[in-house]
Design a protein around this ligand. Sequence first.
Ligand code: ADP
Ligand code: MN
Ligand code: MN
Ligand code: MN
Ligand code: MN
Length: 333
Amino acid sequence: MTYKAEYIWIDGTEPTAKLRSKTKILADGADLPTWGFDGSSTNQAPGDSSDCVLKPVFSCPDPIRGGDNKLVLCEVYLIDGTPHPSNTRAKLLPVAEQYADQDSWFGIEQEYTFFQAGRPLGFPVTGFPAPQGPYYCGVGADEVFGREIVEQHLDACLAAGLKISGINAEVMPGQWEFQVGPAGPVEVADHLWVARWLLYRIAEDHNVAATLDPKPAKGDWNGAGAHTNFSTKAMREGYAPIITAAESLGEKVKEHIAAYGYGIEERLTGLHETAPWSEYSYGVSDRGASVRIPWQVEVDQKGYLEDRRPNANCDPYQVTRVLVDTCCAALEK
Ligand code: ADP
Ligand code: MN
Ligand code: MN
Ligand code: MN
Ligand code: MN
């Protein structure tokens, strides 16, 4: 007997990488072997030396095919055994390892937008829907679009054993959010990439495209972000380390913006619950700041901070790498 392993990897599309996958049939009980693909079709290699290597790094039950079938997230390697330049997970591992004793946790709020027939789900054929206001966490067919997909995706993530922690309808029609975490810097990103793959795959069956475009509708409509909630053991035990971490982020603004997803200037304008991308700020309860310290965290004098800057289309391996690198280095002093 056999099972199906869906090998999933991140490609080399610029400026924002996409997910790819293909299926391998394996004998029951067989381990997940290294595999390969045509890198010339994924912006990862030239045609005359096109072979790239897929190295399984995380697997879970496949909730779509069911049974013993698996989803297999891979890192991409060159045939000489070194990580492919597009392999950002390989760049995260040594940083995560260096600061492992600080026990970083992440909770990432993945916003996304459903599209059908070239417009956001719920947008009329011509013109625009009623202005933003009733859609966020709304209920009812006039305010909520795509819930059956969202519910299927939540069930699939749970069945796969991913650390999904919630969902909500967002401010713009057709826009939604799911949260992954808390989990460590590598695990949260692995789970988020597989959860994204499941979202695209399930929406496909409904003839709907899910997009992580950070500004899917121009004009007076909210963009899509990936607020990243972050804590270390010290931050979970006291308030001073939270301030230290928030201050440290102000010293590395450019480096963080560069790691937070393409097109961030279009989303972080200072409007629509954002702070301007070029001006770093932090504050308690402030959804107009770059970094928010939740109200309850100030009351408890311990907890976490929320970096509100990452775009929906960010690469979570890069986001967790720079946060650990900046904040854990500052907290070590
Ligand atoms: P918001 O109020 O900004 O919409 P959400 O409830 O959508 O926040 O997301 C908060 C995320 O933060 C969740 O994924 C949650 O698991 C995560 N989280 C909670 N506590 C911590 C912590 N100490 N460190 C890191 N992440 C945390
Ligand atoms: Mn072929
Ligand atoms: Mn949220
Ligand atoms: Mn949100
Ligand atoms: Mn948030």
